[in-house]
Design a protein around this ligand. Structure first.
Ligand code: SF4
Length: 440
């Protein structure tokens, strides 16, 4: 069997225009990383910023199966540099997999390194504990719990509703562990607020604003599970929108406000805009019709794929096409038993979706699928999608973007290898270098 190193190097040589950094990053995101105990954080009392579990688990094992990483959290992200591939600075979100051929451990002189198949391939930097994480809310809750930051501090991730009203096998998206993640944190006795009170969110933001010494926090994302009925008496647009309204009233224009919500009717989308949201993410998840119906049964039943896409296009009239950025979960196209069996077919299908949106000025983006073990697709596909799929996707994404004269989407920080901070896929690492694109 081909070693993982051989696979990685083969793809690097076959796709020389995809940055080497992106090849390693995609492989880490799809397959996870093992950690020596010395590379774990000291939780909230240490010097390293711990993994906050900001929405999904993004791990390859359940919490009780993570060993030491369940007691001492892993870092939120790692940054890679140097090594035999001469990697430029690459920020990678941490997904733990004790069985991964990639391991973070201390090497000679105690400097942390990333090892692949036992060979050191990069130096590893850990995110320092931000000053704002050292302060708590009046009620004792931590800033990490209420308003964690990711992407090396760029994005405040506000999962204000930690569960989803699509519930159970017939409704939950087949790759999503939001509900399981909530249950496992509760079972472990960790603080994990189901619905975050707006006052707590404002208080946490106040602390971030005050103690963000490097002024790196630039955007916030309001998100959480789908709301099919009501939460705290509010429908989905009103629920997520009322946080945006409160934030924008208290801190006008301080951050770029983004909302991840379902593809909602135009009047609801207009409410987001009126509340001061600048970027809307009505995620379409997977392009292929059959796979969408199978993988997103709740969304198919309540909204339907065609209507979902229509609403995405409608929302571009309100936000402007550049500010509508729907996500898809890259890799589930190839999940057994229903997915495409060849990389070529999966790429063709995904590219069709990219063309559909990009030809209308809308720039989708993607996160790299993490096959979490409690989800139906993760269970059936513990290895995730083939690395070649992820590499070819980066290629086709960049080519399609260029074909339609588009550039990297706004609100993601700088683009280009060595510059990007977006940590859950390497689409920003593989685009041409550019300064951060602001919202117009
Ligand atoms: S809508 Fe689907 S992807 Fe989103 S939180 Fe619910 S189950 Fe997860």
């Amino acid at each position: 069997m081909q070693s993982r190193t051989a696979l990685v190097e083969d793809l690097m040589s076959r796709f020389p225009h995809v940055p080497r950094e992106a090849v390693i990053k995609e492989d880490l995101l799809r397959g996870g990383i093992a950690f020596d105990e010395s590379a774990l954080s000291g939780n909230e009392d240490g010097d390293v910023k711990p993994k906050s579990y900001f929405i999904f688990s993004f791990d390859h094992r359940t919490l009780p199966e993570l060993g030491a990483a369940a007691l001492k959290r892993p870092p939120e992200e790692i940054v890679l540099t140097g090594g035999p591939y001469d990697l430029r600075r690459t920020v990678v979100s941490v997904r733990v997999n004790p069985a991964s051929p990639y391991r973070v451990r201390a090497g000679g002189r105690g400097v942390l390194g990333l090892y692949l198949d036992g060979v050191r391939i990069a130096d590893v930097g850990l995110p320092p504990m931000p000053a704002y994480y050292r302060h708590s809310l009046e009620n004792g809750k931590s800033v990490m719990e209420v308003a964690p930051t990711i992407q090396w501090g760029y994005l405040i991730y506000l999962t204000v509703f930690r569960v989803c009203q699509y519930f159970g096998a017939k409704e939950e998206c087949q790759y999503c562990d939001i509900n399981h993640n909530w249950r496992q944190h509760k079972a472990a006795g960790r603080p994990y607020t189901g619905v975050k009170p707006v006052e707590e969110v404002l208080e946490a933001l106040e602390i971030i604003d005050k103690y963000d010494e490097t002024k790196s926090s630039t955007a916030y994302t309001l998100t959480g599970g789908a709301i099919t009925s009501k939460v705290a008496g509010r429908d989905e647009a009103d629920f997520y929108g009322h946080y945006a309204k409160a934030i924008e009233e208290r801190f006008p224009g301080r951050w770029i406000g983004k909302v991840v919500a379902q593809a909602l009717p135009k009047e609801d989308v207009q409410r987001f805009k009126d509340y001061g949201v600048q970027i809307y993410h009505p995620n379409y998840e997977v392009w292929d019709r059959r796979l969408f119906e199978l993988y997103c049964p709740g969304k198919e039943r309540y909204v339907g794929r065609d209507e979902w896409h229509r609403r995405i296009l409608d929302s571009a009239e309100i936000f402007g096409p550049r500010n509508v950025i729907p996500n898809f979960v890259a890799g589930v196209e190839m999940a057994e038993p229903f997915g495409f069996t060849s990389v070529g077919e999966a790429i063709d299908s995904t590219a069709e979706g990219l063309r559909f949106f990009m030809s209308r000025g809308i720039t989708p983006r993607f996160t790299t699928w993490c096959p979490e073990p409690t989800t139906p697709l993760g269970k059936a596909n513990p290895e995730g999608a083939p690395l070649e799929y992820h590499i070819r996707l980066l290629d086709v994404y960049r080519a399609t973007l260029e074909e339609y004269g588009l550039s990297s989407p706004p609100g993601y920080g700088p683009a280009g290898p060595g510059n990007a901070v977006f940590s859950v896929s390497s689409f920003m690492d593989s685009l041409p270098a550019s300064a951060p694109v602001g919202v117009s």
